[in-house]
Design a protein around this ligand. Structure first.
Ligand SMILES: Nc1ncnc2c1ncn2[C@@H]1O[C@H](COP(=O)(O)OP(=O)(O)O)[C@@H](O)[C@H]1O
Ligand SMILES: [Mg+2]
Length: 223
């Protein structure tokens, strides 16, 4: 499903990914661990087509993902429909005036009918236990509420692969416990999950495989 061959990436000469190889099959849960600055977020951005390998190749479902390919709007729309990204900071992700519109945005972009859109929004409001928030402004919600809305907005496009960057960061214990349970449900439903985290509990409960990133921006070993 996902294959990285010898991928390198640097920010203005500052190396963030060094010769990274990774193979992820459909339905896998891969947990990415490693200290701050080792390149986890960079790797996740690259998997989501937000940045591109400077050396090496990224294949998604057998197709080479390049900046040129992603300029083709049909190609990039189809790609973004299949892989969804939950940013570490929900404020980066949420931009609509209310929670309902936030969740409806993706399905509307996909060209679903208004009946289908409303059905998806209502299903996700229920699934994430946020029905009472539907008319609220995302900007004013608590951290845990924002995280649920961000998740709902990504799940509303029903992606096969869900990428989460430090999903537990900034959440209190009960919100963390809820999220771990929720991710286990997604895992049982057959989603492919790629999650960066400092949380060993999450890693051991969910990870089929744990990938360690080193401070020199290489992947050391994969369990
Ligand atoms: N937008 C950016 N511009 C320049 N350097 C960046 C940027 N984002 C990350 N970096 C640098 O790239 C390296 C990897 O960062 P990151 O992928 O965010 O690591 P992690 O998520 O593991 O903490 C760090 O040295 C970081 O300072
Ligand atoms: Mg990070």
């Amino acid at each position: 499903m996902i294959k990285l061959n010898n991928v390198c990436y640097a920010y203005d000469g500052l190396v963030a990914l060094r010769h990274v190889n990774l193979d992820i099959s459909k339905g896998d849960t891969v947990v990415l661990q490693g200290s701050n600055g080792c390149g986890k977020s960079t790797l996740l951005k690259l998997l989501n087509g937000l940045i591109f390998a400077e050396e090496g190749e990224y294949y998604f479902d057998g197709k080479l993902i390049t900046q040129d390919e992603m300029k083709d709007s049909k190609f990039s729309k189809n790609f973004h429909k299949r892989i969804g990204f939950v940013f570490q900071n929900p404020d980066v992700q949420l931009f609509c005036n209310n929670v309902h519109d936030e969740i409806a945005f993706g399905p509307a972009q996909m060209g679903l009918t208004s009946n289908e859109i409303e059905k998806r929004v209502s299903d996700l409001l229920t699934l994430l236990n946020i029905d009472h928030l539907k008319d609220r402004a995302p900007y004013h919600l608590s951290g845990g509420e924002k995280k649920r809305v961000a998740l709902a907005s990504v799940l509303s496009i029903n992606p096969e692969v869900l990428v989460l960057d430090e999903p537990l960061a900034g959440l209190d214990k009960s919100a963390q416990d809820w999220l771990i349970d929720f991710l286990q449900e997604l895992q049982s439903a057959g989603k492919t999950l790629i999650i960066s985290t400092h949380d060993d509990n999450l890693a051991h409960l969910l990870g089929d495989r744990i990938v360690y990133m080193n401070e020199d921006h290489t992947i050391d070993y994969v369990l």
